[in-house]
Ligand binder design. Structure first.
Ligand code: GAR
Length: 202
């Protein structure tokens, strides 16, 4: 059984979908804890289902590295095989990426490498594209630049707002996430080897 820690910042609707999938007896993964950087709504939902949660607020630490070290310690306390950033709206510091990748995934509401960053839906709308998408990637040290594991196109419809478009993307994201976690757990999807570190400058 694959042990998964999920990190969120908000409603956690992707998390909810993963928890519901994991209720199926033949689903090969379990969410063992949910972490957040704020008192996210999704934490309460997880708690109702008996899943432990933890909060590591950036503002409680002198700098991002100290925050990252505590976030990593909290994640590691649950011995996860896989950690999923699902609507976790902060960049995770290198100490976290280096320790957890490639078993560190991120869901993103755009067809990466198109529209990376915190406003993937808004940026797609502003660009006037007729299709965008959803992606699940391995986290690397960049902003949504890691290897794409799975992605799917979603149409942008006339009259779409950021909200209507995001609500069309999210069910696709949920399906992709549930599928990727299942395939990692059953061994049919291999996580890519980390890219070798750049050679030191002479
Ligand atoms: C999801 O669409 C997720 O991909 C996105 O935030 C939403 C969280 O929704 N993440 C990013 O944009 C990260 N750059 P949720 O809290 O309802 O699952």
């Amino acid at each position: 059984m694959l042990r998964v820690v999920v990190l969120i910042s908000g409603a956690g609707t992707n998390l909810r979908a993963l928890l519901e999938a994991a209720d199926e007896p033949d689903y090969p993964a379990r969410v063992v804890a949910v972490g957040a950087d704020v008192e996210a709504d999704g934490l309460a939902f997880a708690e109702e289902r008996g899943i432990p949660g933890f909060v590591v607020p950036l503002g409680a630490f002198p700098d991002r590295d100290a925050w990252g070290a505590e976030l990593l310690a909290q994640v590691r306390a649950w011995s996860p095989d896989l950690t999923v950033l699902s609507g976790f709206m902060r960049l995770v510091p290198p100490v976290v990426v280096d320790a957890l990748a490639p078993a560190l995934l991120n869901t993103h509401p755009a067809y990466l490498p198109e529209f990376p960053g915190a406003h993937g839906v808004r940026d797609a709308l502003a660009a006037g594209v007729t299709q965008t998408g959803a992606s699940v990637i391995v986290v690397d040290s960049g902003v949504d630049t890691g290897p794409v594991l799975v992605q799917e196109r979603v149409p942008v419809l006339p009259g779409d707002t950021e909200s209507t478009l995001h609500e069309r993307i999210k069910p696709v994201e949920r399906r992709l996430l549930i599928d990727v976690v299942r395939r990692i757990a059953d061994g049919s999807l291999q996580l890519p080897e980390p890219r070798p570190a750049a050679a030191p400058e002479r």
